[in-house]
Write a protein that binds this ligand. Structure first.
Ligand SMILES: Nc1nc2c(c(=O)[nH]1)N[C@H]1C(S)=C(S)[C@@H](COP(=O)(O)OP(=O)(O)OC[C@H]3O[C@@H](n4cnc5c(=O)[nH]c(N)nc54)[C@H](O)[C@@H]3O)O[C@H]1N2
Ligand SMILES: Nc1nc2c(c(=O)[nH]1)N[C@H]1C(S)=C(S)[C@@H](COP(=O)(O)OP(=O)(O)OC[C@H]3O[C@@H](n4cnc5c(=O)[nH]c(N)nc54)[C@H](O)[C@@H]3O)O[C@H]1N2
Ligand code: SF4
Ligand SMILES: [Mo]
Length: 753
């Protein structure tokens, strides 16, 4: 950052955009402490100047009058602004007695999506979980990527998710992803659209499997208009074809795999003929996809939200990697590869090529025995755990950057359940659908007031890069850093007397613990070193930055506290505001990255073998729902929380129900006419958008709208015409193996309102 003391002189600052997974570099022009312009940072080592409409609005977000700048507590049903000491005192007085009387499980924690994009939650959520000590932990992951995490962890032993090698592949088969709108997910690739066009420009092919002609499908070389929820069938048929025709060649990994030989028999029932009418895809088209994947010099299959948030989500996620393996493209240049982030990558810790593997369902939920995975229960059971009396009933809720009332299924039920709780705390900047129920809201500073490093997303990137951003603006007097908010919450939950809170003492404790644990790890580059000697070498970083510094220095590119003087440090990153390029993804990460007990890729994990029976049974199903509901995203939205930015919401209504002309005509629905959509759990009335860009029998409504609930204080968002599609999604319609919600393929009826 160029600094000047005269605020009227324009200054330039660089930072990573935290809004979506692309992590674009931004160049901000600032005058009089206001953002006057944001554009893409053309020198960013990864995004090279790309920016989307959302990224340019960070200044608007920063100055949004509805973004809370100090804590709020509810008094007589109204929110009033208070200072931080008072806010924490109210939490102490309101929450701690609930825990004392009913036990720690009486409080639930819900961690939302911005926690994957914000350094403090990334660093402190784990400690918050420990300090709370409740089994009732939930997150947005079970309305998102949990199936992929599970299938990867079962195959590779830790949550190491392969990403398509976009910049080198010759053939990309993408299912249930629309990066022209989303800018990519579980695949960090700024300017994802440009990278797709580059595949085409170098003579490669892009195939998009989607029930809608999404922006991505429209640009692809081929659009496969699949029936929602049948990606696992399609992929199993592709695997079947590769094996039956002798096109499979997994020889690059054969020595490191166990179970490959079982695949042919397992997929025997899935001939293209057997699945064609289920998927709504011609037999020859399926065979051709298999042949093209096998013949392409390099090819990658990539599945995203449409393949996860559906009935067979874990199977579909697993099959993506099975097909990549069978075509010889797993862990291979141009195929599906593993990123090696500079910090926070589980597969670079511990002994290479061995581990304890992955287990789930170690505990089950109290009311309906839903299995835990990665330490959490599915949000499917959040409402019932609040409603059902008895030992272990949830009576209090802590949300950190989450809006479950908008984002999770059967919203109206969860809304009512949260309204009945004894105490709610939200670490959140807005008074929205969920936080309107809070007794205390602890608002974090705006993105431009925080430091940033993508601990999670850079481990899913199509290049190895590291990029740190310093805060652009200082905190106002009434604000507290998100890290300190979380540290104070952690201290309070740990029973530390409030007056004794000392952030620097906490930093020392965390530092000592981290350094000691690295020194104890015989595979770490600081094995057997003296923690105190390393601590002396630390910069003056504090809080989350301090933790990041240790992660970077002990990480795969780190300086190891002097062991490798050319290695990465936080200070080096601070000096490179455009980021540091650490090179293209490396092939041959297997077997070292494996953490399975066998030391091999578990090609057919037992739970997936068992779940295949469910898929096989579905081959006999009628598949004749009148209508099924799916979602979609628009480039100007960001889940439920960016509709308060006027420049993003102006223009045409984007919260419409897309429906095919034949369907609209049959039920007597005109363009723009109101349609009533009804599912098992709820009903909404929404404007129809008639388009032949959607499969007959399918309707699509985007999520994240409907901010007009009483008590919401989002002046622009509440005025927007829109409905909450999660009033329709159904908490009992899940991917059974993972418990992940099937947000797509929900049976609904549609009629003119
Ligand atoms: N602009 C914008 N960007 C975002 C977000 C946002 O809200 N707005 N959210 C961010 C988040 S949290 C995430 S997780 C990512 C998600 O990123 P993506 O996975 O790219 O999500 P979508 O853009 O919703 O695209 C999903 C596509 O799947 C299709 N689909 C639905 N059901 C099925 C099915 O059964 N099978 C197949 N094959 N396709 C199906 C839909 O029609 C849609 O086109 O986006 C991130 N980026
Ligand atoms: N029907 C349907 N539903 C869906 C989806 C879908 O495709 N279809 N997609 C699902 C997906 S992929 C996801 S990830 C979830 C998202 O689910 P959630 O994470 O529950 O919801 P978000 O809309 O992302 O809300 C984020 C919350 O964080 C707050 N916030 C914003 N920035 C910050 C910050 O810096 N710090 C803190 N502490 N808080 C902040 C916002 O005010 C908001 O309350 O939604 C899911 N819901
Ligand atoms: S694509 Fe994502 S990261 Fe890039 S500018 Fe847009 S919102 Fe920000
Ligand atoms: Mo997500």
């Amino acid at each position: 950052m160029e600094s000047t003391n005269d605020p009227t002189t324009e200054r330039i600052a660089f930072r990573t955009c935290p809004l979506c997974e692309a992590g674009c570099g931004l160049e901000l022009s600032i005058k009089n402490e206001q953002v006057v312009r944001i554009r893409g940072d053309k020198d960013d080592v990864f995004s090279h100047g790309f920016v989307c409409p959302k990224g340019t609005t960070l200044g608007h977000l920063h100055s949004d009058p509805d973004w809370l700048r100090q804590p709020h507590v509810k008094r007589d049903g109204e929110f009033v602004a208070v200072d931080w000491d008072e806010a924490f005192a109210v939490i102490e007085a309101g929450l701690m007695p609930v825990l004392a009387e009913h036990g720690r499980d009486a409080a639930a924690l819900y961690l939302g999506n911005p926690g994957a994009h914000s350094l403090a939650p990334l660093i402190y959520n784990g400690q918050l979980i420990k300090a709370l000590g409740s089994r009732n932990r939930f997150s947005a992951s079970t309305v998102d990527q949990r199936p992929k995490e599970i299938s990867s962890a079962m195959m590779f032993g830790s949550v190491a998710i392969p990403v398509p090698d976009l910049d080198r592949t010759d053939y990309l088969l993408m299912l249930g992803a629309n990066p022209y709108a989303s800018n990519g997910s579980l695949c960090t690739a700024p300017d994802f659209p440009g990278r797709l066009e580059a595949i085409q420009a170098r003579g490669g092919k892009v195939v998009c499997v989607d029930p809608r002609r999404s922006e991505t499908a429209a640009k692809a070389d081929q659009h496969v208009e699949i029936r929602p929820g049948t990606d696992a069938h399609l992929l199993a048929a592709i695997a079947h074809t590769l094996l039956a025709r002798g096109w499979a060649d997994p020889s690059n990994l054969a020595d490191h795999c166990t179970g490959i030989d079982d695949l042919e028999e397992l997929f025997a029932p899935y001939s293209p003929e057997a699945v064609a009418s289920i998927c709504g895809i011609a037999t020859e088209e399926i065979t051709t996809l298999a042949r093209e994947l096998a013949e392409a010099p390099t090819a990658a299959v990539y599945g995203r939200i449409g393949t996860c948030t559906q009935e067979f989500g874990t199977l579909a996620s697993w099959l993506v990697d099975v097909v990549n393996l069978l075509t010889g493209n797993l862990d291979s240049v141009g195929g599906a590869m593993f990123a090696k982030g500079a910090a926070g990558q589980p597969s670079t810790k511990g002994a290479p090529g061995e581990g304890r593997g992955f287990a789930m369902g170690r505990v089950v939920s109290r009311v309906s025995s839903s299995p835990e995975s990665l330490g959490e229960f599915s949000v499917a059971v959040l409402a019932e755990e609040m409603e059902t009396p008895g030992d272990g009933q949830i009576r209090a809720l802590i949300t950190v950057g989450g809006n479950p009332v908008s984002s999770t299924p059967n919203s109206q039920r969860l809304d009512a359940a949260i309204a009945g709780l004894d105490f709610v705390v939200s670490v959140d900047p807005y008074i929205n659908e969920t936080t309107r129920h809070a007794d205390v809201i602890l608002p974090p500073p705006t993105p431009l007031q925080k430091s940033h490093y993508d601990v999670a997303l850079l481990n899913l990137a199509v290049r190895n890069v590291a990029n740190y951003s310093a805060p652009v603006f200082e905190l106002e007097d009434t604000q507290m850093s998100e890290g300190e908010i979380m540290q104070r919450l952690i201290a309070l939950l740990s029973g530390q007397p409030f007056a004794d809170f000392d952030a620097s003492e906490l930093d020392e404790m965390v530092t000592a613990a981290m350094l000691a644990s690295s020194a104890r790890d015989p595979h770490s580059k600081v094995a057997d070193r003296e923690p105190a000697e390393m601590a002396e070498q630390l910069s003056d970083s504090t809080g989350a930055d301090r933790v990041l510094e240790i992660m970077l220095r002990t990480g795969p590119y780190g300086d190891g506290f002097g062991a490798d003087p050319d290695g990465l440090t936080l200070e080096r990153l601070v000096d490179e505001p455009h980021g540091i390029d650490l090179g293209a993804l490396e092939p041959g990460r297997i077997p070292d990255l494996l953490r399975t007990p066998s030391g091999k890729v578990e090609v057919v994990p037992e739970p997936l073998r068992a779940d295949l029976a469910r898929l096989t049974a579905s081959l006999e199903r009628a598949w004749d729902d009148e209508f099924v509901l799916i979602g979609r995203r628009h480039v100007r939205s960001n889940n439920s929380w960016m509709h308060n930015i006027r420049v993003l919401t102006k223009g045409r209504n984007r919260c419409t129900m897309q429906i095919h002309p034949d369907d609209a005509q049959r039920i007597g629905l005109g363009e723009g006419g109101d349609a009533t959509v009804t599912s098992r759990v709820g009903s909404v009335t929404v404007a129809a958008e008639i388009t032949d860009g959607i499969r007959p029998g399918v309707v699509s409504i985007p999520h994240g709208f409907g901010q007009d609930m009483p008590g919401v204080q989002l002046s622009i968002a509440t005025a927007y015409r829109g409905v909450n599609t999660n009033v329709l999604t159904d908490e009992t319609f899940v991917d059974e193996l993972s418990g992940n919600i099937a947000l797509n393929g929900v049976p609904v009826s549609v009629a003119p309102a």
